[in-house]
Design a protein around this ligand. Sequence first.
Ligand code: HEM
Length: 359
Amino acid sequence: MTTTFSFFLAVIFTVASAQLSPDFYAISCPSALSIIQDAVRTAVSAESRMGASLLRLQFQDYFVNGCDGSVLLDDTEGFTGEKTAVTNVNSIRGFDVVDNIKSRLEEQCPGTVSCADIIAVAALVSCADIIAVAARDSLGGPNWTVQLGRRDSTTASLSDANSDIPSGILDLSDLRSAFAKNGFSAKEMVTLSDLLGQKSVINLRKEYHSSIVVERKSVDHDPPSYMGFRSTGTHSIGQARCFVFRTRIYNEENINPEFAMSLRRNCPSGDDNLAPLKPDNEVFDNNYFKNLVSMKGLLHTDQQLFNNGSTNAQVKAYSLDSASFFADLADVMVKMGNLSPLTGTDGEVRTNCRKINGS
Ligand code: HEM
């Protein structure tokens, strides 16, 4: 049964990725990637946290009925989108950056780049730059190719967003179910979790792949269309609100006491007071996993990954071996980008990411 299910998922992902291509805009909008990269760089220079916020936007969109830009749709009188879902309200951000990218693309290449792909590439930039920092500091430049050609949804679902996006209070078994629903193993869930709070985009510089990732088997590469980035400057820091970690720092026992005490100072009240998801996130590294082993996960869900459960061994392994973490990350990000995209004539390419065309 398990084998049949795995085969079924493998078929779905293979078909999905076969419909996307890294060269999708090579003729219709050759400057698309550089326009997006430039806008993301500007946004992160203005506010360092924005890279993390764009990365999160990708996750919050793709886990709800696939990669379709549905999270960007505004509520209207007769339509309720996903922005007010429990995990999203007063929390997800970056919409203005996406709007800005979209209007620049519309000027340059009207009606060709879908909003879902802006999310993919904006988030790629954030993630790739995070990884590029690790490259500078240790490995030498892991990266992945962003598949393109997704189209935008003509609808969104508040109820699916409420049920499909994992919230910060889940225990390990529910987290595993949430990821399994999208075809991710427990190991892949652990790999993705390190992205919480990592730094991101900084002085992006286009380069072609001469890096370690070229030698890796599972990232599809096409030298002429491959885009790589290396970061060389400022930081972007992922954060969480007091509201989402207060229960943990006051009531949970699987937390380092000094760590909990230090967080309480800024979180006695004030739901919107922020704390970094990874306190030492000056560098993209495996410290997230080291923190979990030291019982210093900020969110309840973080610490669930290292709480004497089935993912303990993976967290421990990554905490001791950053190279294996880097090696796994690109594959998981590519896989996330392949979640049920709309392609061909499905959906539409929105001219305004916040609205369905014609509305
Ligand atoms: C295990 C499932 C996950 C849960 C339960 C979860 C939950 C959360 C929560 C509660 C926050 C803080 C939100 C707030 O304070 O309003 C957050 C922030 C964040 N999450 Fe997740 N998350 C998960 C997986 C992921 C994944 C897979 C990614 C990346 C692909 C990601 C990227 C981020 C980032 C970058 C932030 C910081 C955003 C910012 O600073 O604006 N998360 N997450």
